[in-house]
Design a protein around this ligand. Structure first.
Ligand code: SF4
Ligand code: SF4
Length: 135
């Protein structure tokens, strides 16, 4: 197998994995933009939900791995509630976050958090944050 072939396999695996985890049928999305129009975090996202859906359709795994919008997503579920095709971009964002954590691309260590922050932050916020950030 050529090096190029193994790269192709890796790309497919990422897309397949996110597709499986999210349970989404990306062919249903017709890029109407309603999800992004309602997303409270779209203004700060590099790739808002409509684009994430498009990149999944196109199999652009390297771009998706570099995107950071899943970490701006607050999981409010507005995107899915607005979708006329019953897609659920929130599930896709969650799957991308899980893949980041499992693959080691993003991990947070509790020891790395400043002690002053830990003293002041509400316990509930810390627990919720670690549910999101830690495998
Ligand atoms: S609202 Fe649904 S169909 Fe429209 S862009 Fe978003 S995911 Fe695609
Ligand atoms: S769940 Fe995430 S992507 Fe969907 S509308 Fe809320 S913040 Fe935006």
């Amino acid at each position: 197998m050529h090096a190029h072939d193994s790269h192709e396999v890796e790309v497919d695996e990422f897309i397949e994995n996110i597709t499986k985890m999210s349970g989404e049928d990306f062919s249903l999305c017709y890029q109407c933009g309603k999800c992004t129009a309602g997303c409270p975090m779209a203004d700060v996202m590099d790739f808002p939900p409509t684009l994430v859906m498009r990149y999944m359709q196109m199999g652009l795994s390297e771009e998706l791995k570099k995107a950071t919008s899943r970490w701006d997503c607050v999981g409010c579920l507005v995107c899915g509630s607005r979708c006329p095709k019953f897609c659920n971009p929130a599930k896709v964002m969650e799957s991308l976050r899980l893949d980041d954590i499992k693959s080691g691309r993003r991990q947070e260590e509790i020891e790395a958090l400043p002690v002053n922050f830990l003293k002041k932050a509400p316990q509930q916020a810390i627990v919720s944050g670690f549910r999101k950030y830690v495998p």
